[in-house]
Design a protein around this ligand. Sequence first.
Ligand SMILES: NC(=O)c1ccc[n+]([C@@H]2O[C@H](COP(=O)([O-])OP(=O)(O)OC[C@H]3O[C@@H](n4cnc5c(N)ncnc54)[C@H](O)[C@@H]3O)[C@@H](O)[C@H]2O)c1
Length: 213
Amino acid sequence: MSECSNNKKTLMFPKPTLERLKLYLALLLQEEKEYISSDEIAKKLKITPEQVRKDISYLNFVGKPKVGYHIPSLLNELNELFGVDVTDNVIVVGAGGLGTAIAKYKGFKRIGIDIVAIFDNDEDKIGTFVSELVVLPLSELQRVIKRFKVKIAALCVPKESAQEAADLLVKSGIKAIWNFAPAILHVPPGILVENEDITRGILSIKHMLEKNK
Ligand SMILES: NC(=O)c1ccc[n+]([C@@H]2O[C@H](COP(=O)([O-])OP(=O)(O)OC[C@H]3O[C@@H](n4cnc5c(N)ncnc54)[C@H](O)[C@@H]3O)[C@@H](O)[C@H]2O)c1
């Protein structure tokens, strides 16, 4: 999500480059050695080494000839670029199948995301636990957002409730909505909305399979 990074530098990067830089970050986080070459990165991500070098050159970062990129230094650059070195407190709205899965996912910590609370409007869910988080009523939204300085909300409510919930989030002080509902949200200027559509990946797979028939 380029626009949502903590670093304004990201706005100068072409979107496809930014998307690939996110993949490099995820890949490097799993590496335990000290250096990696553009060839190795390219092979693992099934792209060309030239592409890798070009993307990384946007960071004004160069590798050592015949050795490759120093992983800890490259990680520092990427962490800074995506604001991973800064922890953002995030809330989840909607404690259904998806909301609880997001709230339970431990991997967000590694990228500087801390899920601090989960909310629902269903009386039967309020007060139940999702991992160590207790499901809170919407009346607690404003207090939690202020107390934990929350800017980002993951919106995991049904399509029909999405706009109403988004309005409430904005009114309560949220600056960015990570929207999982298949709904177009209308928000005031200055509020970021990133629409997440998990059907995108499977559609690409379907397309590739069709093409290779
Ligand atoms: N489950 C998935 O894998 C998946 C994938 C992609 C997109 N989505 C989308 O994400 C959203 C959530 O999906 P789900 O499967 O978790 O649905 P779900 O029905 O299991 O959960 C939705 C939750 O939102 C709560 N809710 C409804 N209105 C609310 C409001 N105004 N404020 C607070 N909470 C409210 C409900 O009580 C419920 O607990 C849907 O819009 C769905 O289309 C889900």
